[in-house]
Design a protein around this ligand. Structure first.
Ligand code: TXA
Ligand code: MG
Length: 312
């Protein structure tokens, strides 16, 4: 077994936490069957205790041990796993005793995904049970896309270094646990793509005005320490800028999510640049980050959703 895989598995088996890379953002991982370990996640992140965790599996086979894998769940998993799609499914009755109570709280559902990251998949494989892993940031702060982001907040946390994450924003969350399918969080796997695959309408309920189901839908989230101003056309006093395409915020330290106006590139850079601007802005007495308008199509939907929460 590779040295780093054994290292991670030992830590998880000892009931300790470790930062693991995924294709979306870094996760703060614990053995999902060890309640004491999972509780440490809440303590370290200062996470509200009613916000359930996603379990990460290495295969459909492992997922089926814990959730009612419907035909639609299987169809989606076959197409999109490993990858940035989390499925909320009815938990299997015989699994309720296996998964730590602090993972799913008192819900009768469970959120599951299979991350597209080779090392993390091998770790889960070797561990033999799922890992529970929220994003490896203090609750409400921006999610980490680089190991350095994790270390800044949790300097003593063991880790596996996976470099910069591939997608840079969290997985899409689709709730298949009731007759009405619901998109709880937008991401790289789009609602339209899922609808086409299932030949069924999906209700998007991540919009702020709707009822809160996934606490990731909590209005305030993903927030840097500096204030955020959205749809900015120019820079005001004490602001640094986050550009998109040819928006022209030219002050010191301003950055561009994608000079060529590519939304996918913008999504990959979003948290990374927010964290950078937050840090450099604080150090240089800026008060606010002005963000250029981002088109609200394909992955722009997820970007705008994150930005709205960061600004609120
Ligand atoms: O890309 C990702 O999904 C990353 C990486 C680390 O895998 N993880 C992540 O976890 O974003 P976290 O904890 O930051 O977000 C998990 C979301 C929360 O909004 C939570 O409320 C929701 O999943 N969730 C978990 N279990 C749920 C359930 N049974 N029903 C509805 N929502 C659930
Ligand atoms: Mg998070």
């Amino acid at each position: 077994m590779l040295q780093e895989i054994k290292y991670a598995v030992d830590i998880l088996q000892n009931g300790e936490l470790i930062a693991l890379p995924t294709e979306t953002v870094y996760g703060l991982a614990a053995d999902a069957t060890n309640d004491e370990a999972c509780q440490k996640i809440y303590a370290l992140k200062n996470r509200p205790s009613n916000n359930p965790l996603i379990i990460h599996v290495n295969s459909i086979k492992m997922a089926e041990e814990y959730a009612d894998f419907t035909a639609d769940a299987r169809a989606l998993a076959l197409d999109f796993w490993p990858g940035p799609l989390t499925l909320v499914l009815k938990a299997r009755q015989d699994a309720i005793n296996k998964i730590a109570p602090s993972v799913s709280k008192n819900l009768d559902t469970i959120a599951i995904r299979c991350p597209a990251h080779d090392v993390t998949l091998k770790i889960i494989n070797e561990l033999g049970v799922p890992v529970a892993a929220p994003s490896a940031n203090p609750s409400n702060y921006v999610s980490p896309t680089r190991l350095e982001h994790v270390k800044e907040h949790f300097p003593n946390l063991p880790f596996i270094n996976g470099g910069k994450t591939q997608y840079g924003i969290e997985s899409t969350i689709l709730d298949l646990s009731t007759d009405e399918y619901k998109l709880l969080r937008p991401g790289y796997i789009f609602k339209e793509t899922l609808e086409n695959k299932l030949n069924k309408k999906i209700t998007a309920i991540f919009k702020e005005e709707e009822k809160i189901i996934a606490p990731g839908m909590l209005k305030k989230h993903y927030s840097p320490r500096l204030k955020i101003r959205l749809n900015a056309e120019n820079l005001e006093k004490n602001e640094l800028g986050l550009n998109f395409a040819n928006s022209g915020f030219n002050s010191n330290y301003s950055r561009n999510l994608s000079p060529k106006g590519d939304l996918f590139e913008a999504a990959v850079n979003l948290y990374d640049m927010l964290i950078e601007l937050d840090k450099v802005g604080l150090a240089n007495d800026f008060k606010q980050i002005a963000i250029a308008p981002i088109p609200n199509s394909n992955i722009g939907v997820a970007i705008n959703d994150k930005l709205k929460r960061a600004a609120s």
